[in-house]
Design a protein around this ligand. Sequence first.
Ligand SMILES: O=C1O[C@H](COP(=O)(O)O)[C@@H](O)[C@H](O)[C@H]1O
Length: 317
Amino acid sequence: MASSCRALSANLRPLPTSSSARSLPHIQLTSRFFAVKTDFSSLRSNSNSKRFRFRRTEASMAEIVTPKSRGPVKVFDTEEDMAVSLAKYTADLANRISLERGSFTVVFSGGSLVKSLRKLVEQPYIDSVDWSKWHVFWVDERVVPKDHPDSNYLLAYTEFLSKVPIPSGNVYSVNDALSAEAAADDYETCLKHLVKTKTIDQSINSGFPKFDLMLMGMGPDGHIASLFPGHPLVHENEKWVTFIKDSPKPPPERISFTLPVINSSANIALVVAGAGKANPVYIALSDVSNSDVLPVQLVQPEGELTWFLDKEAASKL
Ligand SMILES: O=C1O[C@H](COP(=O)(O)O)[C@@H](O)[C@H](O)[C@H]1O
């Protein structure tokens, strides 16, 4: 098992050298993706909208309580305000857990979440966070080379990892030399090794790895990680890491943590911005009934779930 993890560390390319890789644009949602997005038109609401209790806690932020909120739901006037608060939340949590446990395990998604972490690589956090304690993982990854524009690793590297002094041996990227199936197995083997050596905690309740923090985005169709609405992978409850070859959002081949791993987390931040995501936010947090449960509705961690929303994403609440 150890050899698999060593292979993964060796597989990490801390400094993509090609300048074309560094200047690649971020992930674009294509028209093909929008063509398959969930039809929300048949929703039945049990309530009038805009009825949830808003409590303004800061000039630019309100906390709301909704029928299905399981923890703090923070709504910000702008995405910029949201990014400022997300940086403080992440830095405070990381420093507290690093002091308590001597390490901090954090899981990144891809997509817009990574840009929303931009304030964390600035002052005061660049100096106040103990980056040497961080161990970084991915909740999902596309099966592409690490210098490909669709790579979640490349996105995290460009926007975040290249700007902070996390030791490269603490960054556990997915092996991009393998098929989807083999890469998922390889990553799961790596996680098992790191649980055994106590780098990653284990949930006493579920037996699955218990990460200190998952920083996750959500797609406009309500997908999280690479778990898409209506796809059988959503129901995988034995594997830790699984793979998909027919993702409705390109690229088609990906690997993903399964829901039991996601839900064993000590903390999850669900970070969502933009009017295009207001429908799944409404479904996940209001008392509306929907027959086809969205993956985001299944995020129910044994620890704390905190929503970070901008005004547009919360506009239907
Ligand atoms: O494909 C993916 O999409 C989701 C959502 O991305 P966003 O750009 O709409 O925020 C992302 O969380 C996931 O990691 C990624 O692989």
